[in-house]
Design a binder for this molecule. Sequence first.
Ligand SMILES: [Zn+2]
Length: 427
Amino acid sequence: MSDMADHDNSGGNDDDALPPAFHSIDSFTGNFQEEAALAHRPCPVCRGDWGLAVTGFKDFQFFSDDAHAAKRADIRTVRCAGCHALYMNPCYTPHGFATLFREAGMSYGASGMRYEEQTAWLQSRNLLRPGMRLMDIGCYEGAFIRTLPEEIATIGVDIDAGAIDRAREAFPQPDRQFVCGDFTDFTFEGTVDIMTMFHVLEHLPDPRRVLARLRLHANADTRLVIEVPVLEHGITNDINGFFSVQHLTHFSKTSLAHMLAAEGWAILEAGMQKGYNGYRVLAAPAGDIDIPAPDAGDIARLQHYLSGWYGAVADICRRLDHSSIARHCVIWGGGLHTEFLYQLTPLFFGNRARRFLIVDSDPLKQGASWRGIPIAAPAEILPHLDWQETSLIVSSYGNQQAIADAALELGVCKEKIILLYEHIDRY
Ligand SMILES: [Zn+2]
């Protein structure tokens, strides 16, 4: 940030001896919240309004420092006392989402390059017959559509205008249509035979309205394929956890079934995917469907999940505690994982004399700062540091090993690299 210089040396009186790039935590004070970023909402599953607080973060910062745009918000996960559904409340407004996630890259988390498998799954159920019309909701740049047979006409829908422009350029064929719009009110002519939503529903502020909208474009034989992560498989040792700040509804198998039934979708088939947290459901439009009763087991599952998550947080705190972190600390990773370290561990507060520097290989983050700590390119900084009095903390879950390898290559000695996770599970 251009105004970083204003905040140099604010953290202590012995900073003259430090390399200039190291800063104390929260040495930039211009960050702020705005009311318009969040809005109260009823339970996205049953529409009731009895949310009981489960977890929360105060002043959670979304990416880099900014004195002109509100990059912070109080995040709260609640449990509906009526149906046991778990959801974020208040929830991001469209304006809030656009501001807070501006630096997040893709509008929705990639479903992990599983497109070939998803297409094969549809084919194995005879759902990709020549002449059919498929609609992919949350298509982004059309990576899934690319894997579909040519005889299938497609409509891709996404709210990200840039992604839709790139998709239109990549797929000039007339039967490859792309619509830019909100999933609750986009329009096009006619009905479709197959609708797919892979890891999208959990990101939407009003998923029921989207399911109702899809019902309008369904004919009697339409099939809807939805995949979401579920509480039943939410256990992870990643401190980001199942209650990701990118997810607005944290489904269980029952709360997903409840929502589908309430909007006239009957489940024909449902099952977990192998090797990651993906619960895939095949549904069809139907008349009156019995809404499943709330599952009290979801309360026990929540307790089990939270116990695992607090265990993961405790493991990281222990590792930070037992590592002899030098007074100069480089953190590799300027994303949300580092904000979780700030929110959940004593890393930044255990030793007030500690000074920090962040490196990140994302060029969009380089030159910015997070909570007053400058973010630089790894190759620009790491080879030039005095590692006698410096530690490197790898702040990433999925990329932990790749980062450690890259640090070694840039000349950091192995014993100065602190890994936070014993093992990494794909989820
Ligand atoms: Zn509810």
